[in-house]
Ligand binder design. Structure first.
Ligand code: HEC
Ligand code: HEC
Length: 277
């Protein structure tokens, strides 16, 4: 018992460190140079240009790394039932993901689709603030092997021929009061407040009844706490969140609604980011 609580303590300490350290801007810029312009949505944690071959050997090596770094949360069979899962979230979402379920929150692909490899790589690198440590300290080639192992758990990954990638149309707009006001109007029109509340504090009228796909209560994000965003707080990250939604996680995808009106999304992003200032 004592051992477990000590373990959790050091685990949360590791998370605090990864949150505080964040993603250094210079490294991000360097990674962008390394090939981010080749993908349609910004995937700022890379370098994807140099990755090991995806083959049975790499999958087996990924499995070994998984056993060392992930098993205590995600479980021996990767079903999200490791010993720490119980302590992390006994009654509320999120549990560590059942990695065999084929359900992914953090995607740059359409809702219901599997993520791109780079999405999984980004999740492993950055972690999920408050719930899963980031593994940027791990060699990129090892992180790629983990990606391959995770893909090996879901046979449908082999079937993907033409991934349905959400395109990033346009770039972040300068944030000024005109844009923020436009964004506020979009927030109203698209009823984000039903869940996130009028002031974005996560206290909308639907908030108490929201659950994730596994039946655990899942509160909407308090949008005024940018540092608590699971999917990143940069403008491009928030664009990706709004367009792709979080499968399994009650945050809907709005890609169909904004098709052709992507500029509105960038105004909305400015409004959302203004809540944290
Ligand atoms: C401290 C516990 C913990 C550890 C350690 C951990 N995870 Fe997680 N992981 C979680 C939780 C909790 C979630 C669910 C987050 C959510 O749904 O918001 C998650 C989600 C994920 C997801 C799903 C992402 C998505 O798009 O839905 C992947 C993939 C993943 N983890 C991979 C890994 C890998 C690989 C490792 C080891 C290198 C690892 N995790 C270590 C707790 C952990
Ligand atoms: C049906 C309820 C619901 C609606 C409507 C909704 N959201 Fe969400 N949203 C959620 C929930 C729940 C989460 C947290 C999901 C999680 O933690 O896994 C979330 C998370 C988010 C996040 C944080 C993502 C992160 O990285 O942590 C942003 C940003 C966001 N929503 C923006 C919006 C915007 C903008 C709209 C309107 C266009 C909207 N949401 C509409 C339920 C909703």
């Amino acid at each position: 018992m004592k051992k477990v609580s000590h373990f959790i303590y050091s685990l949360s300490a590791a998370m605090v460190v990864s949150v505080v350290v964040g993603l250094p801007g210079a490294a991000q810029a360097a990674e962008k140079k390394a090939g981010a312009d080749k993908v349609l949505l910004p995937i700022t944690v890379s370098p994807y240009t140099k990755r090991p071959q995806e083959n049975a050997k790499a999958v087996a090596e990924g499995r070994a790394i998984y056993a060392r770094a992930c098993i205590y949360c995600h479980g021996v069979e990767a079903k999200g039932d490791g010993p720490v899962a119980f302590y992390l979230s006994r009654d509320t979402a999120p549990r560590p993901r059942d990695l065999t379920s084929g359900v992914f929150k953090f995607r740059s692909t359409a809702s219901g689709e599997l993520p791109q490899d780079e999405d999984i790589f980004r999740t492993i690198s950055r972690g999920v603030v408050g719930y899963m440590p980031g593994f940027e300290g791990m060699a990129p080639s090892d992180r790629w092997k983990l990606v391959y192992y995770i893909k090996s758990l879901v046979p449908d990954f082999k079937e993907i021929e033409d991934p349905d990638i959400i395109k990033m149309v346009g770039t972040p707009l300068p944030s000024n009061s005109v844009s923020i006001n436009k964004g506020y109007k979009v927030y109203q029109d698209f009823k984000c407040w039903e869940c996130h509340g009028g002031g974005g504090r996560g206290d909308g009228k639907k908030a108490p009844e929201l659950k994730d796909d596994w039946g655990f209560p899942l509160p909407p994000r308090d949008l005024s706490r940018l540092s608590a965003y699971k999917n990143g707080g940069e403008s491009e990250d928030i664009y990706r969140t709004i367009m792709a939604g979080f499968d399994g996680g009650a945050m809907p995808s709005f890609a169909d609604f904004f098709d052709g009106n992507e500029e509105d999304v960038w105004h909305l992003v400015n409004y959302i980011r203004s809540l944290s200032e």
